[in-house]
Ligand binder design. Structure first.
Ligand code: BTN
Length: 331
């Protein structure tokens, strides 16, 4: 389902395509089937919404600056996806984008529909934790997926998403590594997380909501003191702010590409990409979950995404838990 783009969205996409070059008023009025005056009025509307658009009589229009907001107006012109984000539900504030996306999916939302919000009042993390969501700074995004899949394979989607996140962050010239199963880190501090929630029966998945939180532009003061040493934002890591709409569009395109690879070729290429970005393998780790705790060497991930931990001469297969990296054992 590709909803109609508004005239403002169309103008923005032509201007974005033009880059630093001017796009003439005549070209825009031809492409949109509107008079030059009507084009001018839409440009004025965009300016009122915070877009800086240069207009020169003999040359046309040029996009100088996009407001740092996450609505369809900012995102749609940047999207290079077939499906993901083509229907976008953008909110100022929700309890949790995963919660909203889950409800929409129960009501019949299509594969690829995306929910974003400027802030979440009850953002959720893995294992019942909260996801702190300062307003207007970071990305809180949930995607509805409808894969043909037995429920046992659903956790693979989390790893697909972690790979897409690490790759997209890499395009910002930061070295993002994945800590098993799906924490994305910069220099050992968490920059992004993935929360996958599922509706399924015994045989098949009805839908999956994959939720992504990325600390893009937050600073220490935006997060509670107890996260000070463990969390980081891209802004803090590279010293330059991240345009959130551009990042979101890039992430959705990368995620769609990796989902295609996964659908067509299975989990093997995901596992290979995941292993190449993983900081956990080869480390001495402590893994804790509700049931037990073990210490050993993280040797590998198997072909379902489970972590294989060597404890003495046993190889333990860990399906869920929190990993802490330890110093090497004394010799
Ligand atoms: C984790 O604990 O690492 C997972 C964090 C996932 C947070 C994101 S923010 C957008 C989406 N909505 C939520 O409530 N959670 C996820």
């Amino acid at each position: 389902m590709t909803p109609e783009l508004s005239n403002e969205e169309l103008i923005l996409s032509f201007l974005a395509e033009g880059g630093d070059d001017f796009v003439s008023g005549a070209t825009l009025s031809d492409k949109l089937g509107l008079s030059r005056t009507a084009v001018w009025k839409h440009v004025e509307t965009l300016r009122r919404l915070g877009y800086r658009i240069d207009a020169q009589p003999a040359r046309g229009y040029r996009l100088l600056e996009v407001p740092d907001r996450l609505t369809a107006l900012e995102l749609s012109p940047l999207l290079a996806t077939r499906e993901l984000g083509r229907t976008l539900h953008a909110f100022d504030s929700v309890a949790s984008t995963n919660g909203t996306a889950f409800t929409l999916a129960q009501e019949g939302a299509f594969h690829g529909e995306v929910v974003v919000a400027e802030t979440q009042t009850e953002g959720r993390g893995r294992r019942g934790r909260a996801w702190v969501s300062p307003s207007g700074k970071n990305l809180y995004c949930s995607v509805v997926l409808r894969p043909e899949l037995p429920p046992a394979r659903a956790p693979e989607i989390t790893l697909v998403t972690a790979v897409a996140l690490a790759e997209t962050l890499g395009e910002l010239n930061v070295d993002a590594r994945i800590k098993w199963p799906n924490d994305v880190q910069l220099g050992g501090r968490k920059v992004a997380g993935v929360l996958t929630e599922l509706s399924a029966d015994a045989e098949r998945v009805h839908f999956v909501v994959v939720g992504v939180g990325v600390n893009l532009n937050s600073v220490q003061g935006d997060l509670p003191a107890d996260l000070k040493d463990t969390a980081i934002s891209v802004f803090e890591a590279r010293g330059a702010p991240v345009p959130r709409a551009l990042f979101t569009a890039a992430l959705l395109a990368t995620l769609e590409r990796w989902l295609d690879v996964w659908t067509n070729e299975g989990f093997a290429p995901i596992r290979a990409a995941w292993r190449a970005k993983c900081s956990t393998l080869g480390q001495r780790v402590r893994v804790k979950n509700e049931r037990d705790e073990l210490v050993g060497i993280a040797e590998d991930v198997d072909d379902t995404g489970a972590l294989l931990v060597r404890v003495g001469d046993r190889l333990e297969r860990v399906l869920a838990g929190d990993v802490e990296t330890l110093r090497p054992a004394p010799q």
